[in-house]
Design a protein around this ligand. Structure first.
Ligand SMILES: [Zn+2]
Length: 417
């Protein structure tokens, strides 16, 4: 079976220019003794917005690993695909994030629900997780509700999985199931029964992405109580561990955190919990590499700074249109956005400092950062000009990308000093 390493990180590179800088961060971690499998992910939404093809990600991943002499495993992730969007990803991807969010809440047929309920009868009453202090009260009506809410999604996941398997062959790819893009988190008990559903369908699941409590807005820090997150995360981890043994799921099944990037407040908690139990993790970061490109161009000054300022002005004008597809994962306070007039007078340092995610820097503006995060479409509309600027200022931009992934993400998560 094509297997993912114990630690893996999902890297987004919307414009396909930063794979080398991202890989450099992975190699730097390895030199510190932390082996991380790089996974380049790009969703259908991003491809559609920019006008790229899944093959482009494959070409980039192959070429940057080759030129760095990186001979370990790496993957290309068809991120958040479903039955209708998977086709064009099949050839070039070897990691599939099957997104079942849109099927949650649709009811499976009565016979399927009855069959499932029969198979989990023994967990009614008390669900104890052996070897831990965890124990949950469960009732028949609660499990029925869970089945009515999630069983249909599991069956759909199976349909999508089969479609991929028929085309790619058995064991030739990594399978993730994601349920994170929904309004409400799944509880550990729900996760337990969802894993049972997926196991019954014989899906060789290597990663599962639940929705956690708190907000995971794109490109900014976690909103919620980090301690509450830590205990929820720990419970989920124990549930997964038990489900592996109980339902015969793959030994290396691990949690995938669709972080939306930059969840600095919870990274140390995730790091210490996985360390405590010696577990793996897949951390999916979002397209914040694009923001690092904007920061790098701002730092480069002159026409590069002028270009990113124009992107900001345009994004301010088109804020509603740009934010619409991301409504559930951003929270922008419009009153905190700097005006065009203000930004016109900004130098490189001020513009870069407003966007770079350094908590405590008085210039840092999370609202502006979120707006730029969703504004990549505007650069895509001026692609030639944008690529030219990226290439002219390659060194400055690559340094921003590298430092972001390595210092702010990897070092925080894996406690590298
Ligand atoms: Zn996600």
């Amino acid at each position: 079976m094509k297997t993912l390493g114990k630690y893996s990180i999902g890297l987004g590179d919307r414009f396909g220019h930063q794979g080398g800088a991202q890989l450099k961060a992975i190699i730097a971690a390895s030199l510190k003794g932390v082996e991380i499998t790089p996974v380049w992910n790009k969703s259908n939404r991003e491809h559609t917005t920019i006008g790229t093809q899944p093959e482009d990600v494959r070409i980039e991943a192959d070429s940057v690993t080759k030129s760095a002499g990186f001979n370990k495993t790496y993957f290309v992730d068809a991120d958040h695909i479903n039955f209708d969007t998977v086709d064009r990803f099949i050839e070039s991807s070897d990691f599939f994030t099957i997104d079942v969010a849109s099927y949650i809440g649709k009811k499976a047929n009565d016979a399927e629900i009855a069959r499932f309920l029969k198979s989990v009868e023994k967990y009614t009453g008390d669900l104890k997780i052996p070897g831990t202090k965890l124990s949950f009260k469960t009732s028949k009506s609660q499990i029925t509700q869970i089945a009515e809410k999630y069983l249909f999604s599991a069956i759909k996941a199976w349909d999508i999985f089969r479609k991929i398997e028929e085309a790619k062959g058995k064991n030739n790819f990594v399978t993730e199931v994601s349920m994170d893009e929904v309004p409400y988190p799944q509880t550990p008990v729900e996760l337990f029964f969802i894993l049972k559903m997926l196991a019954s369908e014989n899906i060789p699941l290597q990663t599962i992405a639940p929705k956690f409590s708190g907000r995971f807005n794109k490109g900014v820090d976690y909103v919620g109580d980090p301690n509450k997150f830590a205990s929820e995360f720990e419970s989920d981890l124990m549930v997964i561990d038990f489900a592996i043994k109980e339902f015969g799921l793959p030994e290396n099944l691990k949690m995938s955190i669709h972080s939306g990037s930059d969840k600095f407040a919870i990274y140390p908690h995730i790091g210490s919990v996985i360390n405590k139990y010696d577990k793996g993790i897949h951390l999916k970061t979002a397209g914040t590499t694009w923001i690092e490109e904007v920061i790098g161009l701002a730092e480069s000054g002159k026409e590069a700074l002028a270009f990113v300022k124009e992107i900001y002005f345009k994004s301010y004008e088109k804020i509603d249109e740009l934010c619409a597809p991301y409504a559930d994962v951003i929270d922008i306070k419009i009153s905190s956005l700097p005006s065009k007039k203000e930004v016109e007078g900004w130098n490189s340092k001020k513009f870069a400092g407003s966007l770079r995610h350094v908590p405590g820097n008085p210039d840092f503006n999370p609202d502006m950062r979120q707006l730029i995060h969703v504004a990549y479409k505007l650069a895509a509309l001026r692609m030639n000009e944008y690529y030219q600027l990226l290439e002219m200022n390659e060194k400055t931009v690559a340094k921003c990308v590298y430092e972001n992934i390595y210092n702010r993400h990897i070092c925080r998560l894996f406690n590298i000093k």
